[in-house]
Write a protein that binds this ligand. Structure first.
Ligand SMILES: *[C@@H]1O[C@H](CO)[C@@H](O)[C@H](O)[C@H]1NC(C)=O
Ligand SMILES: *[C@@H]1O[C@H](CO)[C@@H](O)[C@H](O)[C@H]1NC(C)=O
Ligand SMILES: *[C@@H]1O[C@H](CO)[C@@H](O)[C@H](O)[C@H]1NC(C)=O
Ligand SMILES: *[C@@H]1O[C@H](CO)[C@@H](O)[C@H](O)[C@H]1NC(C)=O
Length: 203
């Protein structure tokens, strides 16, 4: 027991020293490194920074696929303001994602590593934003909302994507109507009978 205590406290002081060095060199609070991906070819990573930080000149992000290792690759981040919260952001091109993928992500500045994170793409998917969203009146005078999911025909996610449709009276945020659609369909018919006449709607 007597031999263990000194060891432990040395370890703790090393941890604190390291932590102190990291925060001291960063000059301001940096952290919250997180990544999401479209389960195809793009991963987006961001981390919090303080005021007056130039992400492009101060940071470099390094990433590596660990399973079937690829060489380390890098990305130069840009400043990004997420609802008033300041971040650095990197958009990374990655090979087609597979279920077992595991990436190592490191953020470096002034020659030292400040943040490190491992990312499992299959657990951090944020599907692509649908495109070609349009609305047409049908023969039966209903409204047909349609869109494209922005993934190739043969993509794995094709059979699993779910959509949430929301529509409401224009300028009336209180009156939400939500509908959920499961899988595969890329159009939804809004019945005229559920809408109030002479009103504008947004969907
Ligand atoms: C990097 O070094 C510069 C110059 O010493 C300093 O101004 C800057 O805050 C440092 N950046 C980080 C993220 O540590
Ligand atoms: C950040 O630094 C880069 C490279 O040094 C420079 O090109 C860019 O103009 C700077 N951006 C800002 C907002 O100062
Ligand atoms: C991903 O790789 C990291 C670093 O090697 C490891 O710590 C982690 O356990 C791995 N995650 C999975 C789910 O294999
Ligand atoms: C709604 O639009 C989709 C896509 O254009 C089309 O396949 C479907 O037949 C349309 N439905 C109706 C009722 O018009």
């Amino acid at each position: 027991v007597h031999n263990i205590f000194p060891k432990k406290s040395t370890m703790w002081s090393l941890v604190f020293l390291k932590f102190f060095l990291y925060t001291a060199t960063a000059g301001s609070q940096i952290g919250h490194l997180k990544c999401y991906n479209d389960y195809f070819h793009e991963m987006v990573c961001s981390w919090k920074v303080g005021l007056h930080v130039n992400c492009t000149s101060e940071f470099t992000l390094y990433f590596q696929r660990l399973l079937f290792p690829l060489p380390y690759n890098s990305c130069v981040p840009v400043n990004h303001n997420e609802n008033g919260r300041l971040h650095c952001m990197c958009k990374i091109k990655i090979p087609q994602t597979v279920v077992n993928d595991n990436y190592s992500i490191e953020v470096h500045s002034n020659g030292s590593m400040l943040l490190k994170h491992s990312v499992i793409p299959a657990k951090t998917v944020k599907p692509r934003v649908p495109v070609s969203v349009s609305i047409h009146e049908t023969k039966s005078k209903n409204f047909n909302l349609s869109w494209e999911n922005n993934y190739p025909e043969e993509h794995f996610l094709q059979g699993y994507l779910m959509y949430e449709i929301s529509y409401q009276k224009k300028g009336d945020p209180e009156q939400h109507t939500y509908t959920h659609i499961y899988m595969q369909l890329t159009h939804y018919e809004i019945l005229r009978s559920v809408l109030t006449t002479e009103c504008d709607y947004v969907a």
